[in-house]
Design a protein. Sequence first.
Length: 65
Amino acid sequence: MIREEEDDMNQEIRQFVIFAMDNEIKKFIQKITELKVESTSEYLDGVNAGLDLAVKALHRDKSAP
């Protein structure tokens, strides 16, 4: 009985941690997206591409290098 209660508690804690991490990742993605600027040069294109890559990595996109 105690083992089952520990397993349940561990599962609840794990779900809470994942939920909290997902919320933090969403905040990071929003901040990164807000940093994008209007593309007026190749340099700014590169900056925006880097920001896009960061967002892909935060989404755990498998196509991100």
